[in-house]
Design a protein around this ligand. Structure first.
Ligand SMILES: [Zn+2]
Length: 602
């Protein structure tokens, strides 16, 4: 067993340097005091912004600057806390940062309502009266879109007061599934008795022993099925909340409300669902190939996650991985590569696992700091994929922050995963060009195909279900467990095809998917993955104009609407073309993988 070191034992070179945010905790405390005073001052500005263009400018910049200083404090505290969550000092900083968030939001809660209380013409007159406000035009335009959906001050106050009540069904869902559900004891691969959990379920489904997978699947669903009427009740109430909010705010539908909040038009969603449905054959083929490779007489839903290629013999130390990442990302040009190198050299990455460190990986930081990456490095190909993924986010942040003013220095969720997934695609392509061992190639190809299955197909399946139940509820249908399971079971069969046994349990899968409480969130995983596939092809075409278009997207931040930003990159997400290109890649890679897998079996 590898010993996980204590934080203090990790070599400094492998830790991130947070002193560029604040030299020490004392400086954090000084800044915190300043921001509290600043919050009081901004609170005093209430009622002033409509007096003149100069006032609007002063209030807006004071409001934004307060948020900016708050973010800096928050980032410092959260990075420090994540590097060692057991550290009491870091916990205290985090607690201070969190209470400051509450203080600041209370101090500025009037800002947006006050802007929206102005009619569009009055607001524009103020903007036109102060030349310095031109740099904020898009910010006000985006905010202004909410005007028609904002209610009277009294109504808004009532709704805000009831926000906890509106969140009740989703909270009940979390408590029930995370705390109260008790799963039975099952056997793991070695025959040991283990208490099943959602986390362990994922591990057991990847077991190479069919009986282990089957037992885990049946045991897990036996518990969910006992509570399916309760889960139907929480989900139905959540859907009603979305529909109710959409209706009182004068949106056409819950979907319209949710997508408008991200400034993404409905056509993106419909195009996705339609195009994915046109390409379900490819998923059926992949699933059938899985059955063939596994050599199973029948393929069940619980056989969809077990690996069909062996673990790759490829091992990367962190140093090797840095070199590979640089080579894979070389197609993005010398400036991009130089900035990646800077991340490596500048202690921007917290590399190794230590006791108490937050698990997983992410890219963080804010406008005034460098981008930071948290990793829990393992010497594996998976870790290399994680490194280039997070580097994609960090470079997106870097280019946005160095090319946009603070007010546009962030980017929306809709475009965020595209930068990271594009890098993963570039790595896939690089590995396929440089690795000749058929086993490694098979692994890399399947890594892509599996990602595509889980992201493009599975998330679109979720999106279809989510939209269906919202529409049905809006039309007066009661969302009972049986009603939802009937649709879900049919939908699942349509997606995976006749090659998979539709185990009856799978019709109840909706009971355990937390994303159905996220209000039209999942479709973005699918659109993002597909767009990234298409963008990486464009970058790899060798046409410098296409590469530059991609870099323009990275530099755009939130200075334009998400779809306009993607258009600059060369992808029109209202049209099916970008999806068709992605499916073509899936089909090509599936064909190569089928051949390799069959050859390897001989
Ligand atoms: Zn990501």
């Amino acid at each position: 067993m590898k010993q996980i070191p204590k934080r203090a034992a990790v070599p400094t070179a492998l830790t991130w340097d947070l002193t560029t945010i604040y030299p020490d905790d004392a400086a954090f405390q000084t800044a915190l005091t300043t921001v509290k005073t600043q919050a009081d001052q901004v609170a005093q500005l209430k009622g002033h912004l409509a007096k003149s263009g100069a006032d609007l400018y002063q209030v807006t910049t004071a409001y934004l600057d307060l948020n900016r200083q708050l973010e800096r404090l928050y980032v410092y505290a959260s990075l420090k806390n994540d590097q060692d969550t057991g550290n009491a000092d870091a916990q205290a900083l985090m607690g201070q940062a969190e209470s400051l968030v509450a203080t600041v939001s209370a101090a500025v809660s009037w800002f947006e309502p006050e802007v929206l209380a102005l009619d569009a013409d009055a607001l524009q007159q103020l903007i036109d009266a102060e030349p310095k406000l031109a740099a904020y035009q898009h910010l006000f335009d985006v905010l202004g879109k909410r005007r028609a959906h904002t209610l009277s001050a009294t109504e808004e106050k009532l709704l805000a007061g009831a926000s906890d009540i509106f969140a009740a069904s989703s909270k009940t869902y979390s408590v029930l599934s995370d705390a109260d559900l008790k799963f039975p004891v099952v056997q793991d691969e070695q025959g040991n008795d283990v208490r099943l959990s959602e986390g362990l379920y994922g591990v057991l489904l990847e077991s190479t022993t069919p009986a282990v997978r089957e037992q885990a699947f049946k045991a897990l669903y036996s518990v969910y099925q006992q509570f399916r009427h309760t889960f139907a009740s929480t989900l139905a109430s959540e859907v009603k909340t979305h529909n109710f909010n959409a209706q009182i705010r004068h949106y056409d539908s819950a979907r319209d409300a949710a997508m408008s909040a991200n400034n993404v038009p409905a056509v993106v969603y419909d195009t996705l669902v339609r195009t994915v449905n046109d390409h379900l054959d490819s998923l059926h083929q992949y699933v059938n190939l899985r059955k063939e490779i596994l050599g199973l007489p029948e393929l069940h839903m619980y056989d969809l996650y077990t690996p069909i290629t062996g673990e790759p013999s490829l091992r990367y130390t962190y140093e090797d991985a840095q070199q590979e990442a640089l080579k894979a990302l070389n197609v993005l040009g010398p400036d991009y590569v130089a900035n990646v190198q800077k991340m490596f050299d500048g202690r921007a990455i917290d590399v190794v696992e230590n006791q108490g460190k937050r698990t997983g990986a992410y890219s963080g930081g804010m406008y005034d700091t460098k981008p930071y990456i948290l990793l829990n490095w393992q010497d594996s190909l998976e870790s290399l994929f994680t490194l280039v993924h997070e580097m994609g986010h960090s470079m997106h942040s870097h280019y946005t922050r160095t090319n946009q003013p603070y007010q546009y220095g962030d980017y929306s969720i809709f475009v965020a995963e595209i930068a990271s997934t594009t890098n993963e695609n570039l790595l896939t392509d690089y590995l396929l060009k440089t690795q000749t061992d058929p086993k490694v190639r098979a692994y890399v190809l399947n890594h892509y195909l599996d990602g595509f299955k889980g992201t493009v197909y599975r998330q679109t399946q979720f999106a279809e279900f989510e939209d269906y139940i919202h529409q049905q509820a809006a039309g007066g249908q009661t969302l009972t467990a049986d009603f939802m399971s009937k649709f879900y079971g049919d939908l699942n069969h349509r997606y995976y095809g006749d090659g998979v046994i539709s185990d009856p349990q799978i019709a109840d899968e909706w009971t355990r998917i937390p994303h159905f409480y996220y209000n039209y969130y999942v479709y973005q995983y699918a659109t993002g993955f597909a767009a990234a596939t298409t963008l990486s092809q464009r970058i790899l075409s060798g046409d410098p104009a296409k590469r530059d278009a991609y870099l323009t997207y990275l530099k755009s931040g939130s200075s334009a609407l998400p779809l306009d930003v993607m258009k600059r990159a060369g992808v029109d997400m209202t049209q099916p073309d970008y999806l068709q290109t992605a499916f073509k890649t899936f089909d090509d890679r599936l064909a190569e993988f089928s051949q390799l897998a069959r050859d390897l079996k001989k």
